[in-house]
Write a protein that binds this ligand. Structure first.
Ligand SMILES: [Zn+2]
Length: 298
C-alpha cells in the first residue's frame, strides 16, 4: 500500500448514538457534524465496541462494509470493467463469485447501476448461488438482469423510487436506504441509478456514478447524517466540487473511489490537502471504523 494512503486507517466515532433518530435529531446532528474536528464521526446502531466495523476496497467503486455480524458488498462483484478503471484480480474474483472469505455470508449485495465497472449479472448470480442467505438489492433494471441470469427470486429485491426520492428496507437489522440519483452524462446512461445509505455501525453513503450537482442529492436531507461517504474521486477535484460535497452530502469523512490505477498515487497526494478526505486504501487493507463505548476518543 502506498504510505500516503495509510493516514486515515483508524477512524473514530461517536459521542451521539444514532439509533432511529427523529427528524429533529437529524437536523441537530447535521449541524453538529459540520463542527466536528477531523478525528470524529458518529456511530450508529448495529455493532458494539468489540465488533468489526470496517471498510475494504474490492476494485474501482466496489467496497465491502462489515458492520458487526453483517456484511454488505457495494458495486461488486463485476468482471470486465471499463478501462482505465480497476477490475478484481483473478483470485479475488474467484472469492467474490464463490462466496469465499471475506465475502462469505453477506447480508446483501447493493448495486448502484448496471455499468460494467460496477456490476456484472453473471458474477452477482454466481455469488448468490454460493451464498444462499444473501440478497441483491438494486434497481428494477439490475434485478431484471440478474433474474435473467438465473438467480432465484427470493434473493432479489428491487427498490426503484421516483427520481430524487428514497425508499428503505431492513436487512439483518440494518436499515438500507436506496436513493434515486441521476447518473452523470455518459455514452450509455442508465435510466435507473441509485445511491445507498447504510445505517450500520456507522452511516455509510455510496454515490455510485451520480451526477455531482446539489439538486441531485436533495433526498439526503431527510436521512441520517453521513459518517463516511464513498465518492468518485472527481467529486473532490477543485474547490467548487468540494463545496458541493460539504453542502449537499455533508459527510464527516470521505473516501475517494473510482480512481484509475495509474492515477492512484497522484490522487492520494492531491487528497492530502483536502480535509477529512483520503483515497480508500488498496484491496485487503481494511479501514477500521472504531465505535466508542464510552463516548471518548482513544
Ligand atoms: Zn456508471
Amino acid at each position: 500500500m502506498d504510505p500516503s494512503e495509510t493516514g486515515l486507517l483508524d477512524m473514530c466515532s461517536s459521542m451521539l448514538p444514532a439509533c432511529s433518530p427523529s427528524s429533529a435529531d437529524v437536523r441537530v446532528k447535521r449541524a453538529f457534524h459540520r463542527m466536528l474536528p477531523v478525528a470524529f464521526a458518529f456511530a450508529a446502531c448495529g455493532a458494539t465496541a468489540n465488533e468489526r466495523c470496517e471498510l475494504s476496497k474490492v476494485a474501482n467503486a466496489g467496497v465491502l462494509f462489515q458492520s458487526g455480524q453483517h456484511a454488505f458488498l457495494l458495486d461488486a462483484p463485476f468482471r470486465d470493467g471499463v478501462a482505465p478503471y480497476e477490475t478484481p484480480e483473478p483470485e479475488q474474483r474467484q472469492r467474490l463469485e464463490t462466496a469465499q472469505p471475506p465475502y462469505r455470508g453477506l447480508s446483501a449485495i447493493l448495486i448502484t447501476h448496471w455499468h460494467d465497472d460496477h456490476f456484472d449479472a453473471q458474477a452477482v448470480t454466481a455469488h448468490l448461488r454460493h451464498d444462499p442467505a444473501a440478497m441483491l438489492v438494486s434497481s428494477e433494471e439490475v434485478v431484471a438482469q440478474v433474474r435473467a441470469a438465473g438467480a432465484e427470486d427470493r434473493q432479489l429485491l428491487a427498490l426503484t423510487p421516483p427520481q430524487g426520492e428514497s425508499v428503505s428496507t431492513v436487512i439483518g437489522g440494518v436499515r438500507v436506504h436506496a436513493i434515486r440519483l441521476r447518473h452523470n452524462p455518459a455514452r450509455r446512461t442508465p435510466e435507473q441509478h441509485l445511491g445507498f445509505l447504510v445505517e450500520g455501525c456507522q452511516v455509510i453513503f455510496h454515490a455510485g456514478d451520480a451526477n455531482p450537482d446539489a439538486s441531485n442529492f436533495s433526498a439526503l436531507r431527510g436521512l441520517s447524517p453521513i459518517d463516511v461517504a464513498l465518492l468518485p474521486y472527481w467529486y473532490l477535484d477543485g474547490a467548487a466540487n468540494r463545496d458541493f460535497v460539504a453542502e449537499a452530502i455533508a459527510p464527516a469523512r470521505i473516501f475517494a473511489v473510482h480512481v484509475p490505477q495509474a492515477e492512484r498515487a497522484g490522487v492520494a497526494q492531491a487528497l492530502r490537502s483536502v480535509p477529512r478526505a483520503a483515497l480508500l486504501p488498496a484491496s485487503r487493507a481494511a479501514v477500521k471504523l472504531r465505535p466508542y463505548s464510552d463516548g471518548a476518543p482513544r
